[in-house]
Design a protein. Sequence first.
Length: 223
Amino acid sequence: MKLIEEKSWNKALCEEFEKPYFIDLMHFVQSEYAASPNAIFPSQELIFRAFELCPLSEVRVVILGQDPYPTKGHAQGLCFSVEEHVRPFPKSLLNVFKEIESDLGQPFPANGSLMPWANQGVLLLNTTLTVREGQPESHARKGWEEFTDAVIKKLSQERQHVVYMLWGSKAQEKAKMLDLTANLILQAPHPSPLSAYRGFFGSKHFSQANTYLIQMGVKGIDW
């Protein structure tokens, strides 16, 4: 299995790749793909796509999700994002677009791929990077959380003035690893239909993010 090839992330995380928990994690993931090659998402070459599209030196915003969509044809290695052909949009992604429409007055995009965000410096990171079809959180507590903790710690050490959008309790657990004085930490309920009405809608994270980035002398994101 290919690990992260993007040079800045590979250098930052190379020690992590050698740790026993990560080696055990890779053995588990590889065994899952070997046993059910068409039922583990995303496909192997897309597991680390968030890092390949968004180098460490270019990260301006981090959005933390939970685990990949467990529906065939949806997961593409970026949290909340789906392949361009997917219709209808997953409900959580639909709610993200609703909030952008309300916050920024922008119409819904033509498709549900968030690759344009990643290409602008938005790290679209799930807490767990793989999942079994039809079984949300089936790869949770196997080591991915420790790895993504390490990613956030490294990012916090190397980069300042980053906007972190922490949606839901699992993402918000990462806040304790962040320098609250050197970054903008935005927290809200998860955009799923079960919780979006508890404070995700109306949170205005997208406009707040751009206001902060511009204040820091950095270009805002074209959401």
